[in-house]
Structures are given as C-alpha cells and as structure tokens.
Design a protein around this ligand. Structure first.
Ligand SMILES: Nc1ncnc2c1ncn2[C@@H]1O[C@H](COP(=O)(O)OP(=O)(O)O)[C@@H](O)[C@H]1O
Ligand SMILES: [Mg+2]
Length: 320
C-alpha cells in the first residue's frame, strides 16, 4: 500500500487583478481552481500543462510562498493551517522548491558556498564548524568540485547553476522537492544530465518529487504518476504507463501528440485551435471546450468533475 506524503484538497488560488473604488475585487484571476491530488512517499508525481495553467502557483502554495484562497493541504497527515509556529517551520524545511530560472533564484552577491550554507545556518542544522564540510559534500553530490564554492553564480553555466540550486534545496534534508521546470531554461544537451542527476538524488536521499513541466516529454522518464492541468484545473491523473498508452482526456491526447518521435512510425499531430483562453474569463462549462476537437452537448454547459474510470486513472471529461 502506498503511503501518502502530501494530500491537497480542493486547493484554489485567486489573484485579484482589479478593484473598484471601494477596494472590492472586480476582476479575479483563478490561477489554481479546486485542485485535489495526493503525492505518495517516494514517488515522482509529474505535473504537466501549458504555460500559464497554474503549475508554479500550485508549487508555491505547497512550499508556503503563497497562501491558498481556499482548500486544504495535509502533509504527513497533518493539516497545514492547523500547525503551530514550530511545526510550520519544520514544514517549510521539509518541502523545498527548485526554480525554473536558476540565475534569478540565486543571490548574485553571495558565493556558491554561502548560498548553500545559508539554509543550514538559518535552520541551525549543524554547528558552524561542520557547515563547510557539509557544503563540500553537497557540492560533490550534485557533481560540482569543492573549489567551486568560492565562486559567484555568474561564473557558472546554466546547468551548473541549476546544480547549485539543487544543492541548496538538499541542504536542509527535505522530504519533498517541488521541481518547477528545472530543465526548461537549459540547453537540450544539458537537460538529460540534470534530469539524471535528479533521478539519482531521489534514490540516494529517499526524496519525493512534484515534478513540473510544460510538456509530457520531459516527465516521461522521471515520473511514476502524471497529472495534467489546463487553466487552473486538473483534467487527468494516471500512472505514467497508463497515461502515455491510454490518454483519455482530449487535452492529454493533444499534449501527447506534441512529443517529437524519432522512429519512422507516423503519428498524427493534434493541433489545437486558438490560444489558451484567459484565466480571468475562462470558458463556461469545461474550460477546454473552446479548443476541444471532441466537444459536444454538455461541454459548454457544465464543468466535468474528475472521475476514476479505472484503478488510479482519473479523468475530467464529459466523454467518460
Ligand atoms: N502574483 C500573481 N499575480 C497575478 N497573477 C498571477 C500571479 N502569479 C501568477 N499569475 C497568473 O496566474 C496564472 C498561472 O500562472 P503560473 O502558476 O505561473 O502558471 P505556469 O507555471 O503553469 O506557467 C497565469 O495566468 C499568471 O499570469
Ligand atoms: Mg511556471
């Protein structure tokens, strides 16, 4: 039986875009809208969806950078909003995030050694005399050399900077890491190296990942289960093999058809009409209905709910 590490229940995050003269919201952007999912201990849960669908916002809620508008988060069975100050501090240590842009997320005025040491010192994890040794150990874990600790972020390549970001996240011995498109900003040739590193570290440090990507190609190797998001909503969740072999939601089918194939086997590419609609005024009914190639009767009227159609395979679509 899988042990649940994190459970997210009806989680929403709305941003107020505009207010009237009394300060009352008149325009609200629903970045994350009633998302529910569980992440099991030791798994890599892939979260996929086009840019702007709310992946980073969801990740930031989980690491406590944003507070949700509504909904609940349970970590190791305890609800986040019920935690006292000390428990919340330990929650913040247990869940770390690796960001898409490794340059923007590292302080340019600090040496890489200080960047990695900082969370160890702030959280008082080790006596000061042992911090340097730990920093060197972490640098080695991510494939960097000990002498590089005295350098500044701008002296590193994109891939190396992402390694520094990973070392900093590992420094506090987290249980869950939210990897927010960690290779999207990197050269294709470097992407596989960083993905392999993350895969190895997951085993070595017994980590659990929420792995965010904008396409199904990147998460294929690393994920155990995959969730697909569209305009703030989860539209399908399934074990990886099942999702790639039997995608049910037309949106997942379109995302899947966008992965380039190398062999000669011809694959029909599904080109979606139009752009992603604005999350400020999303389409009525199913949010994907305005672009869906299988849209019929109820789609523009009611929003479909996530249903379990086979063990572990959930889909939100009126076809099921
Ligand atoms: N701080 C914010 N204030 C207002 N709108 C935001 C903010 N952060 C994100 N958004 C909006 O929320 C939506 C989801 O953004 P984001 O979570 O970054 O998507 P993704 O990571 O999937 O590309 C987007 O429409 C974005 O413009
Ligand atoms: Mg993002």
């Amino acid at each position: 039986m899988n042990e649940v590490l994190m459970k997210v229940q009806d989680l929403s995050k709305y941003f107020t875009i505009d207010t009237d003269w009394r300060g009352k919201p008149v325009s609200v952007l629903k970045a994350v809208d009633e998302v529910s999912l569980t992440i099991n201990k030791g798994e890599a849960f892939g979260l996929v969806g086009e840019s702007g669908c709310g992946k980073t916002t969801l990740g930031k809620i989980l690491v406590n950078l944003y507070s949700p508008t509504s909904g609940k988060i349970f970590f190791e069975g305890k609800e986040l909003s019920a935690l006292n100050k000390k428990q919340r501090r330990s929650y913040c240590k247990d869940i770390q995030m690796i960001f898409q842009d490794p340059y923007a997320s590292l302080n340019p005025r600090m040496t890489v050694g200080d960047i990695i040491a900082e969370p160890i010192i702030i959280n008082k994890l080790l006596p000061m005399s042992e911090v340097e040794e730990r920093v060197i150990f972490l640098l080695n874990c991510v494939g960097l050399a000990r002498h590089q600790r005295n350098r500044f972020p701008h002296e590193f390549s994109g891939g190396q900077r992402q390694r520094v970001g990973i070392a900093r996240a590992l420094a506090v011995e987290p249980k869950l890491i939210v990897c927010d498109e960690p290779v999207s900003a990197l050269d294709v040739s470097i992407q596989a190296q960083v993905l392999n590193l993350l895969d190895d570290l997951k085993e070595e440090f017994k980590l659990t990942y929420l792995f965010i990507a904008h396409g199904l190609g990147v998460v294929k190797h690393i994920s155990d289960r995959v969730g697909v998001m569209y305009l703030g909503k989860l539209v399908e969740i399934a074990p990886k093999k099942e999702l790639y072999a039997n995608p049910l939601n037309p949106y997942t089918q379109a995302l899947l058809s966008a992965i380039p194939v190398i062999n000669s086997e011809k694959k029909e590419r599904i080109i979606l009409k139009g752009d992603v609609p604005s999350p400020i005024n999303p389409p009525a009914g199913c949010r994907f209905s305005s672009r869906c190639f299988k849209e019929f009767g109820p789609c523009k009227l009611n929003a479909p709910k996530l249903k379990e159609v086979s063990p572990g395979h959930w889909v939100a679509c009126h076809l099921f």
